[in-house]
Design a protein around this ligand. Structure first.
Ligand code: SF4
Length: 65
């Protein structure tokens, strides 16, 4: 799995950080998403998929191979 985030689309809602805190963080100053790991280990895949689904800005893109 490869993860990308589109920071300009992010609305700083924080759902991704709540669901997958090992993979996503938020900038301290404006709350925009920070991608911590663009190739998460398999045990994080379900939570990353859920984060991508619930992101209100559709700012998280997954590529699965
Ligand atoms: S869930 Fe989406 S909009 Fe919210 S902080 Fe994460 S990337 Fe940004």
């Amino acid at each position: 799995m490869h993860v990308e985030v589109n920071v300009p689309k992010c609305v700083a809602s924080g759902q991704c950080v709540l669901i997958a805190p090992e993979i996503f963080d938020q900038r301290d100053d404006d709350g925009m998403v920070v991608l911590l790991d663009d190739s998460p280990a398999p045990d994080h895949h379900d939570s990353v998929r859920e984060a991508a689904l619930v992101c209100p800005a559709a700012a998280i893109t997954l590529t699965e191979s």
